[in-house]
Write a protein that binds this ligand. Structure first.
Ligand code: ATP
Ligand code: PRP
Ligand code: NIO
Length: 501
């Protein structure tokens, strides 16, 4: 909470946003209208798709966004010596622009706008940092969770990461992102209360160490939770002590009309131990007692354990999910794509010597082309906003950089992915329940062939530009190079032309 009782601070931004806004204000251009796209360039984890998450937080942030007195006071004491009239403008500031976005749980791909912000340069710049922060992290965790779900198939997945997360917001929103993409529960009680995610858990080694004997520890826990008792069996010796004691308590529970719900393995060779423990439980007649495993798990260890025939029914996954251990950032970007001139959007472009980094100018919409017969996604097509697609005509898609790579689609239905979320500062999108987001993600998953969703070396999914848009991009590139040539600045002749044109 900031001093004004709001969860979000308007100062959750980079300093350069404020200095650019100030310079615009001095120039009288702070209210000029712009369009920005938020997207990422590369898929994380070598995955074939990402799962979009973070919209709810972004919408809440935009709704609450304002500068409180303490924040204005802080800014007034900065060496920049901000003009009091500028600070007064900030004091009255509210987000009054438009936001178009994808629904959370959408399967998303590089270079397609996930969010499109239309507003004054002042508001659009101020929010860049926070939007990238929320969307980048949550999309990353949802994608990691989706990979783990793919491997675990129908087995129970519990999110255990809070203690290892990069601070509390990451734990909270990471738990939510994991649930969207297929985890069944979280150990984070706040996430349970706030989002309605089921909470679950077992007990720790400390519980066992706190008693004179392991058996006493197990009995005491079972007494408190006779119908929800999962015993951690590796504190001393899993097979010689933990499992036999759990079996003893399981039998005592049964005698009182209850069943031992599970045991948890948290160290050692999880494949071997699970098989041995399963056999011991079964021989004792405790076939329904589940085996839970935890200990630095991720999609790779779970896959390996499954391949080894581990008899594990539920997985507790913490560190490697919540910290996105193998790829700590999505690398999302927020790029200016159009500026208002004479009451029209004028496309702008950012050029790079790397063709992949050249931005796609203009106000755009993303269509998902879904084969009507197979109900499978064939590709995404980015069009200028307002342009329509004729679903009855065959369409040739071509790769925007390797243009010789073509693909015909016909008999498709074109679904618009960017929806109005905020119009003129008013939220027009009703936030879905967490379970309907999860359900929507599942439906999305069903639209994609296994070739795109497998973990290793997935096939690249087509995200192409319409011919019109591609042509406009080339024309804009040409005109900029021409302008540079005409300017004939000293040294400009030494640089090779961009490979794109
Ligand atoms: N059969 C197995 N095949 C592949 N990986 C395994 C197997 N059993 C366990 N692992 C993984 O190996 C790693 C073992 O971690 P570590 O070396 O820290 O040992 P540990 O058994 O967890 O011991 P401790 O928690 O006491 O340090 C974990 O990531 C775990 O998930
Ligand atoms: O391994 P992760 O995927 O991060 O899952 C969460 C871990 O957190 C707990 O261990 P912790 O080391 O905190 O306590 P412990 O010594 O009681 O196991 C738990 O036993 C898991 O091992
Ligand atoms: O409930 C558990 O077993 C649990 C919760 C958080 C972290 N590790 C384990």
């Amino acid at each position: 909470m900031n001093n004004n009782g709001s969860e979000f601070s308007a100062l959750h931004t980079d300093k350069y946003q404020l200095t650019m806004i100030y310079a615009h204000w001095k120039n009288g251009s702070h209210l000029d209208r712009k369009v920005y796209d938020l997207y990422f360039r590369n898929l994380p984890f070598g995955n074939g798709y990402a799962v979009f998450a973070g919209l709810e937080r972004a919408l809440q942030y935009l709704e609450q966004l304002h500068f409180c007195e303490e924040e204005i006071d802080y800014l007034s004491r900065q060496p920049e010596n901000f003009d009091p009239r500028f600070l007064e403008l900030l004091r009255r500031f509210r987000f009054s622009g438009n936001l178009y976005g994808m629904q959370e749980g959408t399967m998303v791909f590089p270079n397609e706008p996930l969010l499109r912000v239309e507003g004054s340069v002042m508001e659009a710049q101020l929010i860049e940092t926070a939007l990238l922060n929320f969307i980048g992290y949550q999309t990353l965790i949802a994608t990691k969770a989706a990979r783990i779900r793919t491997i675990a198939e129908k087995e129970m997945l519990m999110e255990f990461g809070t203690r290892r997360a990069q601070e509390s917001d990451a734990a909270l929103w990471g738990a939510r992102a994991a649930y969207i993409a297929g985890f069944d529960s979280t150990s984070n009680v706040r996430a349970g209360q706030r989002f309605g995610i089921p909470i679950s858990g077992t007990h720790s080694h400390a519980w066992v160490q706190d008693f004179e004997s392991e058996l006493e520890a197990f009995r005491t826990f079972a007494y408190a939770f006779p119908d929800d008792c999962v015993l951690l069996v590796d504190t001393y010796d899993t097979l010689k002590s933990g499992v036999p004691h759990a079996i003893q308590v399981g039998k005592e529970l049964r005698a009182k009309g209850h069943e031992l719900k599970g045991i948890r393995l948290d160290s050692g060779d999880l494949a071997y131990l699970s098989k041995e423990a399963r056999q011991m439980l079964n021989e004792a007649g405790l076939e329904q007692t589940k085996i839970v495993a935890s200990s630095d798990l991720d999609e790779y260890t779970i896959q390996s354990l499954r391949n080894q025939g581990a008899t594990i029914d539920a997985w507790g996954v913490g560190t490697k999910l919540i910290t996105s251990y193998d790829q700590p950032a999505l690398g999302a970007v927020y790029k200016l794509v159009a500026r208002e001139k004479n009451e029209e959007w004028q496309p702008t472009i950012k050029i790079s010597s790397n063709p992949e980094k050249i931005t796609t100018p203009g106000v755009k919409q993303v269509f998902r082309l879904i084969d009507r017969q197979l109900n499978k996604a064939r590709g995404d097509l980015i069009l200028e906003e307002g342009h329509r697609l004729d679903e009855e005509q065959p369409l040739t898609l071509f790769h925007p950089i390797h243009t010789y790579r073509k693909k015909e689609v016909h008999q498709f239905r074109a679904v618009e992915l960017l929806q109005p979320m905020i119009l003129q500062g008013e939220q027009v999108y009703e936030l879905p329940s967490i379970d309907s987001i999860r359900q929507y993600y599942n439906e999305q998953r069903g639209l994609f062939w296994e070739e795109h969703t497998r973990l290793l070396n997935p096939e690249e999914y087509h995200v192409d530009l319409s011919k019109d848009l591609w042509d406009k991009k080339q024309t804009l590139l040409q005109s900029i190079y021409q302008r540079i040539k005409n300017d004939n600045l000293p040294g400009s002749e030494d640089h090779p032309q961009n490979p794109m044109i």
